[in-house]
Design a protein around this ligand. Sequence first.
Ligand SMILES: N[C@@H](CCC(=O)N[C@@H](CS)C(=O)NCC(=O)O)C(=O)O
Length: 322
Amino acid sequence: MLVNGTWTTDWHPVQAKDDQGRFVRQVSSFRNWITPDGSPGPTGTGGFKAEAGRYRLYVALICPWASRTLIARKLKGLEDLVAVTVVNPVLTDQGWAFGGHPGADADPLHGAGHLHQLYTRADANYTGRATVPLLWDERTDTAVSNESAEILRMFNSAFAGLVPDRPDLYPADLAPRIDALNAQIYDGLNNGVYKAGFASSQAAYDEAVAGVFEMLDRLEDRLDGPYLFGERLTETDIRLFVTLIRFDAAYHGLFKANIRRIADYPRLSAYQERILRLPGVAETVNLDHIKAGYYSIKALNPTGIVPAGPEHVIRMMELARG
Ligand SMILES: N[C@@H](CCC(=O)N[C@@H](CS)C(=O)NCC(=O)O)C(=O)O
């Protein structure tokens, strides 16, 4: 991580933990918003007007948080407006790196070797982890946001004047229910799998893994329409999907979330495939990056060996990509 703008050598991908050995995720630090007219959003400063060709999204295809912003970019028709740069899936001792793996890009703007160089470019005294996603403003050459939940919301609303007639992923009448379900899915599942995987005590793992499967069981019972809120696709579906699609390939093995697989849940399996087949979504899922990335986490997999399967996920991806 960076401390006062300098990369520290004792970096490791297991983030902070509490006194019971529970995994603790850091709070994001660039919290500005792109808005239709450049006025300030709910947090941060203004000056980030929605314009074609001005912004770039730095992502890792292993990362569920980055992937939710990539899916929103597709569903909202922003491919030609917001550029994307994909980092190397394999974490290095300096965090995310550019290039060197099929499907990974060089940094087209600054020729940076590592993502942390962009963080110090935006803030020379930055202290914190250099995480993806990172939304970058090419005009002012600085960071807009590194909080995926907020990037998802900006993509939903800021560009509506430029790309109209796209589904509203956060409709006002559902907002309180979306917020409530997001919080449960985040804690039980999106972050729950990380709490299981990065637990450093048996008790912390037991608590986390129970929470993960309690949440999956509840979602399986709840799903009786095409999407979580019935006929309408919302951001909550995107937030759930990114964890489901990584589950059997990475979390089941590496994170020891192995009580059941998503394939053992009939409704969740069908739901996962339904979202995977929405136009553009399968292009955001790269199984090679997901497996190479997660299994490169040395603290959990010291040999770095990447498992061959699972066959059912490989097959599902082949079918979805056609
Ligand atoms: N709150 C952030 C979390 C992002 C995050 O934790 N990203 C991970 C990858 S999945 C990361 O970049 N980790 C590198 C690190 O922690 O140094 C968000 O949702 O945008």
